[in-house]
Design a protein around this ligand. Structure first.
Ligand code: ADP
Length: 397
């Protein structure tokens, strides 16, 4: 019987999961997969480490199936089909740890209550993260669960990078920049420290470009600045989120249009970004395939803003030695990478068009003064690396 750590990453309509072996020298992937379409027609697909499909299933008419019900199905499937794997702990991506929780923490009643208070800050993510933790507690109360915070990686930033220019009392109350995508950035920093330690020590901008998107300025593997702040709305243009806007817009919409808080929340989180500008889709692949001029405009804005925010972070770092692309768009979309790099040519960055086209790891040209990498992120592995330290301290990956 092999022992495995389960990593869970729950979103509003999906649960991503992965199982990692823990043992003497192992930290290998055993299986991974996701349930998507929760709330409509849930669809499960799981693969083994070689990518062979282990199960694929759709629950037609399963719109009433909750995260908890689907987790029960998942655990049932794992027990039946992966009987040689004993789950010894479950690690979770938790969007917000607030001021108190930077490091991963073992879940107990007090932690859950504290994390519950942070739900209004990340309404699309935190409630689902916690629902999944509660579900596992109910289904497998004996399993240790470890909460890993997406804000944690940014906690050591200079104080000045965390402050809004608001009255001090608000900052002291916690109205400040926290930053997100921390598990992704931590994984990239960890990976670089293994593969290119000298590069990892330099001034890097990591671009996590997925449905949610942000940039992190890192120096010597530590976060110095980042584009998301108090909530996951700030910074870049995202799939359905607006990124940075003048807060005066919100005041105007409230006073002139009588928009309610709920309406504004829906507008900012679900109707804006690539979807709002294009009127076509939140999905970059769909926008590339569209000839609608509004789709082209949405892509142009995405690139413009990513390069502009990168410029701001270059200032925070006092220069740039490397740029790393990751997540769905960052790992797979040569057109977007090339367009962002082109707008950063003033830094001396030169992209190798052919290497970029084939999603190579190194995509800068010889002679570029900025090294450019494409590195797949692995938040689930980062979660498992944290979780294993709680149950088997000697087994850190
Ligand atoms: P999430 O934040 O939901 O984890 P992902 O990291 O999966 O998001 O990124 C989703 C985005 O990545 C979508 O806009 C999608 O179009 C884009 N994407 C995924 N694969 C590709 C690809 N092969 N080419 C271009 N874009 C891609």
């Amino acid at each position: 019987m092999g022992r495995v750590i389960a990593s869970l990453n729950a979103g509003s309509s999906s649960i991503k999961f992965a199982l990692f072996h823990v043992g003497q020298d192992e930290f290998a992937l055993a299986a991974s997969g996701k349930v998507e379409g929760i709330g409509t027609a849930p669809h499960l697909v799981a693969h083994d480490a070689a990518g062979t499909i282990l199960i694929e299933r759709t629950w037609d008419g399963g719109d009433g199936l909750s995260h908890e019900a689907l987790l029960q199905e998942l655990l049932h499937w794992a027990a039946g089909h992966l009987p040689e794997h004993e789950i010894v702990a479950v690690g979770h991506r938790v969007a917000h740890g607030g001021l108190r929780f930077g490091q991963p923490a073992l879940v107990d009643d007090a932690l859950l209550a504290a994390l519950e208070m942070l739900c209004p800050l990340v309404p699309l993510h935190q409630p689902h993260n916690l629902a999944v933790i509660r579900a596992i507690r109910a289904l497998r109360p004996e399993l240790p669960q470890i909460a890993c915070f997406d804000t944690g990686f940014h906690q050591g930033r200079p104080e000045v990078a965390t402050r809004f220019a608001l009255p001090r009392a608000l900052h002291d109350r916690g109205i400040r920049s926290y930053g997100f995508h921390g598990l992704s950035y931590e994984y990239i920093a960890h990976r670089l420290s293994k593969t290119e330690p000298a590069f990892a020590g330099k001034r890097l901008i990591v671009a996590h470009l997925g449905n949610g998107a942000s940039l992190c300025a890192m120096h010597a593997g530590k976060s110095v600045d980042t584009t998301m702040s108090f909530t996951a709305l700030d910074g870049l243009v995202m799939g359905t989120r607006c990124g940075t806007i003048d807060p005066g817009v919100l005041l105007y919409l409230q006073t002139q249009d009588g928009k309610s808080v709920t309406e504004l929340e829906t507008l900012l989180y679900s109707q804006s970004g690539l979807l709002g500008v294009s009127g076509v889709s939140s999905d970059m692949r769909v926008l590339h395939a569209s000839s609608d001029p509004h789709a082209i405009e949405a892509i142009d804005l995405f690139v413009w803003r990513a390069a502009r925010e990168a410029g701001a972070l270059i200032s925070s770092l006092g220069g740039i030695d490397g740029l790393v692309f990751t997540a769905g768009i960052g790992e797979n979309d040569p057109v977007i990478r090339a367009a962002i790099c082109e707008r950063l040519a003033w830094t001396g960055l030169i992209i190798d068009a052919e290497a970029n086209r084939r999603n190579a790891t190194t995509i800068n040209a010889t002679g570029s003064s900025v090294a450019v990498r494409v590195i797949p992120t692995d938040e689930e592995r980062m979660i498992a690396m944290h979780a294993v330290a709680f149950v088997m301290p000697a087994q850190r990956a």
